[in-house]
Design a protein. Structure first.
Length: 57
């Protein structure tokens, strides 16, 4: 069960980072909001960092 949760968190974090990268690369064509891009990066990074730090507690 713990492995499934770990894989799910990693997949969601990678998806958020990928979405942020996609919106940043196509910012002009999509007229992406910089807040959207930052929130994707921040959310993905927070999930990865939290997934790494929580087991240490």
């Amino acid at each position: 069960m713990q492995l499934l949760m770990w894989i799910t968190v990693i997949a969601v974090a990678a998806g958020l980072l990928g979405a942020g990268l996609y919106f940043q690369l196509r910012r002009q064509a999509l007229q992406s909001d910089p807040v959207l891009i930052r929130s994707c990066y921040l959310g993905g990074s927070a999930l990865l960092l939290g997934n790494w730090l929580v087991p240490m507690i």
